[in-house]
Design a protein around this ligand. Sequence first.
Ligand SMILES: [Zn+2]
Length: 274
Amino acid sequence: MQIGLTPTASINGVEIRVPPKTLITSPKVWTMLFGGNRDVASETLRHALPPQLLGLAEEAAQILSITWTKIKPYGDIPDGDLIAVDYDWNGESLLVLRQMSRRVHDDGAKFGIRLPIAEVNLEFLNRPAWRLTAATSIGRISEDVKAKADVNALQTESLSTTAGEKVVYCVLSDYGDYLWQAVNVLLEETEADLLVFDRPVIGAVGSTLKGCGIYRHAHFSRRESIGLIYQWMFEFANHLHQQHPNLQLGITSMAYGVEKPDLAVFQHFDLFLP
Ligand SMILES: [Zn+2]
């Protein structure tokens, strides 16, 4: 099974074309998942690899390094009945949620919350400076220059909002700190058993260009922001697991930005929801 980031022009910043018979150094990594016995998997892998990958072919100078990482199986939804609510950053009363979670727990069921991590209703929280904006310029204009223009445009735009309008905020802006606190309060109030990260996080809705081009956030460029946003999500997931040992964490493919789970998902989340 091949897993990992699906190669797309929007994620891969650089394409390297190698003419025949020339050598190149490329830190290409394949991640593969095996179930069951490790020795059997190792033998299967050795037989399945083409000779050039094993460094046997004359012109191949590839260094094969295999690292085995044991991961826990995923897909274990909490035992018993699960009642999940969609939290939509619309200023729902925490009191109502707390009462609901207590009723669910009293009935012996588990309580789950599906949370749009970075997508927030503007009527609830309107902070133009926190918005994730994909720089759209292609060519020689630096992304930072474009980002400055975006910031100015955002600052002068009207604050009036359409009812129900939602935007994606960049977790590398101060929104990240806000979210960190808000989710901790949410979990303390509701004693939720499952929290699912949902909706777009690494890119704006409807945009195939991933990342954030606003230079005032804690990243320098759109390209750099992608890795840092993932890093932020993993740190946040680790923090939540540490603070709430019984909490199960899930993430949807939309929030994670790819259709198939990769190794990092299994290391930081309990569930991956297509
Ligand atoms: Zn940003």
